[in-house]
Every structure is written in structure tokens, then in C-alpha cells.
Design a protein around this ligand. Structure first.
Ligand code: MN
Length: 493
């Protein structure tokens, strides 16, 4: 089913209603350039191409992203799909927006080359972008719309995109606390990847809603009245149904025993402050009996990801059970939007939600990555202030190789394989022959020409290589030939 397409008017309306003092002229200019660039192009769904950047920008505006990010969302496919250059984007929209568009464009160059390598590549790219989380927001919004229109793609592509989203995008969204987005990514992927399981879970949920829906609505009404009677004013009480993929995973854990899943339909109570959370919590326990072992205070003891709420499952008057989740608005925004909520608050002129968790999380992701490299490279990574001075270079097959600034084709060759380094004779950079001491730049596509008869690297390369890795390999190789030469001399004596 096609997602309902957004128009520029709807985007403008959303921005007008939710942003304070938005630069609408910027949005209008970005839209004009995007519309002109994609003019005449169609999506496989049969829609004009512009619906895609519009959907991406709309999602970013819903997330409350900075207006520059929304504009970059409109422009995110312009460089790849049209004659427009990065320089033109820069002239018309400035460095910030051009930088965002450029980063998103780079992220697209990573091609699928077998699961392991691809995952590794994606991690690297995400890491590189970790210095600017806004790029990841655009990428998420882009992916979300592509998933929504996946039905138009051929089967193999559908599977690949769904798998990537489930294995890479959703977990990263989760780690950034963006649970709403993570859930959307998971459910859309789930549907394409495991259609039969999806159907099964979908049936379970619809049946359950049919059975319990009226009951939960009654509980919501009772709770609302009860709170008002006891002078808790302005609380919002909603029902929330568990997401499909999340239920699927939970059922897997409990050997498909549905009776063990207490939070299939839960009631959420959003109140004004922490004190009121505990007041409501106590009130609910006075009215209904809590199930032992199901009372959880994630408010004073947040989950490791920073999640805060009070949870309790109670027996209601008719012997049925229901889970309550009690939190403040800020905790709610945090649980749904994670790191994006931080910006949302900041943009709205409110004090941004402080959660050191994401910063630590980003540092942790960076550490995990460096753990995989060998010891010397690890040292190098730590030394050079994580990715700040790195460039990202591509193999002709689309693999990403990250190198320090100023790195040369020889560094690149050694990063691929010692033998490629030892036997390299020349390099093609973006299709043109270049000297081996040429400084590479981010985004270059580099192809190494090797000569299999070549015995050893040139010791002169030591004068220009930048990576410790290449340096030590060159030393190793030249030392061993020297040794070979010495021992043959000695043998002769
Ligand atoms: Mn796109």
C-alpha cells in the first residue's frame, strides 16, 4: 500500500505549526532546486521522484530536526541524480547544508558486497558520521521512505534493503534511543523479510485487540476519571499496542507462550513531573492489585540505555490484567525520539534534554570498531582523535577504506592487503593514472595496479606513506629481502 504522499504545502504547514520562526524561504528554495533537478524522473512506484525527498524532509520536520536538516532532506538526492554539483549547493545554501548533503551522498556509495563486509562498511560510515548525528537522521528518514515504497522493487533488492534495515539501521536507531523510528524500521523490514511470520504476528495482535480492545478502553476511561477525582489534572492516558517485530522477538524468547507477554496492550500515563509519576503509581496500586514481580521502577533506576518510566501490571476488577507505564512528557519524548529529542527541545528554545548516554554510546561504538583492528592500528586510531582527520576512500567494488589525511595510494594498497602493497606499481584515482605519492581525498575511488613479478616494495615509499601499517609492512618486506641478500652473500663465502 502506497504511503500517502506529502506535498510542499503540507511540509510548509507542518513547519509553520511546529517551528518557531522557521526560515520558510530556505525550504522553498530547497524545494525548487530539488523539483527542478528531479524533474521528469519517476520512482518505481510510478510517482514523480520529488515525492521521495518531500517524504524525507517531512519525516525530519516531524522529528523536529533543525531547519537546515529539513532543507538537506529535500536536497539529499540532488547531487547523485542530477547535474547539480556540490559547489552549486554550497553557493546557494551554504557550507552547513552542503556538508550534510555531501555526507549523505557519500554514505550511498557503499555497495552491498556480502553481508560481513557490508556490515563492517556501514558501521565505519556511520561512525564517520557520528561526529554529526544529523547525517544519520537524514539517512534514517531516507531509508524509512524507501522501505515504505519497497513493494515496487524487485524481490532480491527488497530482501537486501529489508535485511540491511533490520540488521544495521534499526539497531543503530535503538542505540541512539530513537525507539519510535527503530520500531518503524523493524516492522517495515519484518513484513518484507519474513512475510509468513509477519502475518502470524499480525493475526495475533488483531485478535488480541478484538478481544481486549473494549476492555482496555474501559480501563483508560476509569483511570482518567480516577485521576481527576484525586486531583491529578492534565494527565494523558493512552493505550499502546506492542509493535509487531518486538512481539515476534518476545514470543521467540518465551517459546511462543502468549500468556507470558504482559505488555501486548499497555496503558500509558503521561504526567507533569516525577512526583506525580509516583503519586499516580501509588494511586493505581490502591485501586487495583499489582502482580508481584511486575512492578518496575525504571525511574529511580533507569535502564542501561537511559529509559525511564514506572511499570506495573495490575489485576483489574474483572480479573483481567493490564500493564501501566507512567512517565513525564520529557521521559516520553526521550523514549520515543532519543537523541533527536535533544535537538527538538533545543530548537524549541527549551532546555535540551541532557542524556550523556548517547555521547558515551557513540564513544563505545567507536571503541568496538577499533577493537577489531590490529594493535598498531588501534593505537593509531586512538592517537588521531577518532576520525577527525580521517578520509574515506573507496575500492572500485564499493568497499570503504578509512585512512588518515594525506594518505597515498600506497597506504591504500597496504590497507587492502600486504601483498597488494608489496606488489603495487601504479594507481588509478577516479579513473586517472596517478603517482603513488599522490595525496588521496575523501570520496576518491582508487584502483591499485599490481605486478605479480615484483619482488618487494620500494624503500623510498617510506618517505611519503602516512599509515603506521604501511610503514611497518614496507620495513618488514625490505628487511627480509636485505636479509635474503645477506644470507646469500654469506652462503657464497
Ligand atoms: Mn533518497
Amino acid at each position: 500500500m502506497p504511503d500517502s504522499n506529502k506535498t510542499i504545502d503540507e511540509l510548509t504547514r507542518l513547519i509553520t505549526n511546529t517551528y518557531s520562526n522557521p526560515d520558510l524561504e530556505l525550504i522553498s528554495r530547497a524545494y525548487s532546486l530539488a523539483a527542478a533537478s528531479h524533474n521528469g524522473k519517476m520512482r518505481l512506484t510510478g510517482d514523480p521522484y520529488i515525492v521521495h525527498p518531500l517524504a524525507v524532509a517531512y519525516k525530519l520536520a516531524e522529528m523536529g530536526a533543525h531547519i537546515n536538516v529539513v532543507a538537506a532532506g529535500l536536497l539529499h538526492d540532488v547531487i547523485e541524480d542530477s547535474e547539480v554539483t556540490l559547489e552549486e549547493v554550497q553557493e546557494q545554501f551554504g557550507d552547513d547544508i552542503a556538508g550534510l548533503v555531501d555526507s549523505v551522498t557519500k554514505l550511498k556509495k557503499v555497495k552491498y558486497q556480502g553481508a560481513d563486509r557490508y556490515v563492517e562498511n556501514m558501521r565505519k560510515m556511520f561512525l564517520a558520521m557520528a561526529s554529526d548525528v544529523r547525517v544519520v537522521f537524514i539517512k534514517f528518514a531516507d531509508r524509512l521512505h524507501n522501505l515504505k515504497t519497497l513493494y515496487a522493487q524487485p524481490q532480491n533488492k527488497r530482501e537486501r534493503i529489508a535485511k540491511e534495515s533490520l540488521e544495521i539501521y534499526a539497531p543503530i536507531a535503538g542505540r541512539l534511543g530513537m525507539n519510535e523510528l527503530k520500531g518503524e524500521l523493524e516492522d517495515l523490514s519484518f513484513e518484507h523479510l519474513y512475510p509468513r511470520e509477519y502475518e502470524r504476528i499480525h493475526d495475533i495482535i488483531t485478535t488480541k485487540i478484538r478481544e481486549k480492545g473494549a476492555y482496555v478502553s474501559r480501563i483508560i476511561d476509569q483511570t482518567e476519571k480516577y485521576l481527576v477525582e484525586h486531583e491529578v489534572v492534565g494527565a494523558q492516558v493512552h493505550g499502546r499496542v506492542k509493535r509487531l517485530y518486538s512481539l515476534y522477538k518476545k514470543l521467540g524468547k518465551y517459546e511462543n507462550d502468549l500468556s507470558k507477554v504482559y505488555d501486548l496492550i499497555a496503558v500509558r500515563v503521561v504526567v507533569k513531573d516525577v512526583e506525580e509519576c509516583y503519586i499516580v503509581f501509588g494511586m493505581l496500586h490502591q485501586k487495583w492489585t499489582p502482580i508481584p514481580g511486575r512492578v518496575k521502577d525504571y525511574l529511580s533506576q533507569p535502564k542501561p540505555n537511559g529509559y525511564q518510566s514506572l511499570h506495573t501490571t495490575v489485576f483489574t476488577d474483572d480479573g483481567e490484567t493490564v500493564e501501566f507505564q507512567i512517565r513525564t512528557q520529557e521521559m516520553h519524548d526521550l523514549a520515543e525520539f532519543g537523541v533527536a529529542a535533544h535537538w527538538r527541545y533545543k530548537e524549541a528554545g527549551m532546555s535540551p534534554i541532557k542524556n550523556l548516554y548517547w555521547m558515551e554510546e557513540l564513544a563505545k561504538i567507536q571503541k568496538e570498531l577499533s577493537d577489531k583492528k590490529d594493535f598498531m592500528e588501534q593505537l593509531e586510531v586512538m592517537k588521531i582523535d577518532v576520525f577527525k582527520d580521517r578520509i574515506f576512500v573507496f575500492t572500485p567494488g564499493g568497499d570503504v577504506i578509512d585512512l588518515p589525511e594525506g594518505a597515498t595510494p600506497v597506504d591504500f594498497a597496504y590497507a587492502i592487503h600486504t601483498e597488494v602493497g608489496n606488489k603495487c606499481t601504479s594507481a588509478r584515482v577516479n579513473g586517472l593514472m596517478r603517482n603513488l605519492d599522490t595525496e588521496l581525498r575523501s570520496n576518491d575511488v582508487v584502483e591499485i595496479v599490481t605486478d605479480k613479478n615484483r619482488k618487494s616494495p620500494n624503500a623510498d615509499w617510506l618517505k611519503f606513506v602516512k599509515t603506521h601499517h604501511a610503514r611497518s609492512k614496507i620495513k618488514d618486506a625490505t628487511r627480509s629481502t636485505m636479509k635474503g641478500w645477506l644470507s646469500s652473500m654469506m652462503g657464497r663465502n
